[in-house]
Design a protein around this ligand. Structure first.
Ligand code: SAH
Length: 247
């Protein structure tokens, strides 16, 4: 009887030990994965962002913090931190990291702002901005991407991002004026409702031009009108809507 009790105790202890080892193994593996992505993010910041002249520490910190690999499909996870845009489904793309950094930096964000984004897509640009400002309002016209990305924001607990499914070329009248507006798809001109919904002193950035290439324009709204700066050539997917391209 005594022998049996000792045997049962030994078996139980062995089982507990085995479970501990298993959990430690899985947890250790997960920690290594996290370390790997953190290293890739640091490489991206050093080789693509800082080396090309981005100096805004808020942009750098946000891009170091946001797990870009979670915003692309599983098949592309290993390419997520590469120096190029990636497909996100529905014929759309997530911009190259440097473009995300450049557009975020040119908005001169300090932390208190309410920012409107047109073209939620994968959600990565909105997530980066969410680390830098008070609140991000983001609009997507593609229902599949809208639903998918809204779910991801919930999972990642990005509670200062508000999403909307509609034509972003009309802006978001109920929530305006915005301190900054970022349009992540290209149009022939800047939609007038967006200029109207920008606060005086506010900044807007948008790719403007033809179907295949555009100029990245920064617009500053002042008491006396708007001042436009050309930040250089770029290539974005189409802004489709009432004040954009036809379907
Ligand atoms: N900011 C995104 C980039 C996505 S690509 C990211 O970080 O991944 C541009 C997105 O703009 C696409 O998802 C496309 O569906 C969307 N789009 C195009 N025209 C739009 C419009 N009028 N209103 C809202 N979204 C639009």
């Amino acid at each position: 009887m005594h022998g049996l009790r000792v045997f049962i105790l030994c078996v139980t202890a062995a089982c507990i030990r085995l479970t501990d080892l298993l959990v430690a193994g899985i947890y250790g593996g997960m920690k290594n994965e996290q370390k790997k992505y953190a290293r890739w993010r640091q490489d991206m910041i050093d080789n693509q962002i800082i080396s090309r002249g981005i100096t805004d520490q808020r942009v750098i910190d946000a891009m170091l913090a946001i797990p870009r690999h979670l915003f692309v499909s599983e098949a592309l996870v290993d390419s997520a931190y590469g120096d190029f845009p990636l497909p996100i489904g529905e014929g759309q793309t997530i911009s190259q990291p440097f473009i995300i950094a450049e557009m975020s930096q040119c908005l001169d964000l300090k932390g208190h702002e309410r920012v409107l984004e047109i073209g939620t897509g994968s959600g990565y640009q909105a997530a980066v901005l969410s680390q830098m400002v008070y609140k991000v309002y983001t609009i997507e016209r593609n229902n599949t991407l809208f639903l998918q990305t809204r779910k991801l924001f919930d999972q990642l607990k990005y509670h200062n991002i508000v999403t909307r499914y509609s034509d972003g070329t009309q802006g978001w009248q109920q929530e305006c004026p915005f301190d900054a507006i970022i349009v992540t798809a290209g149009g022939q001109q800047i939609p007038m409702p967006l200029i109207e919904q920008l606060s005086v002193g506010g900044r807007l950035v948008m790719p403007v031009g033809g179907n295949f290439s555009q100029e990245l324009l920064k617009v500053e709204k002042t008491e006396s009108g708007i001042k436009t700066t050309n930040l250089g050539s770029c290539r974005f997917v189409k802004l489709v809507g009432q004040h954009g391209w036809d379907e």
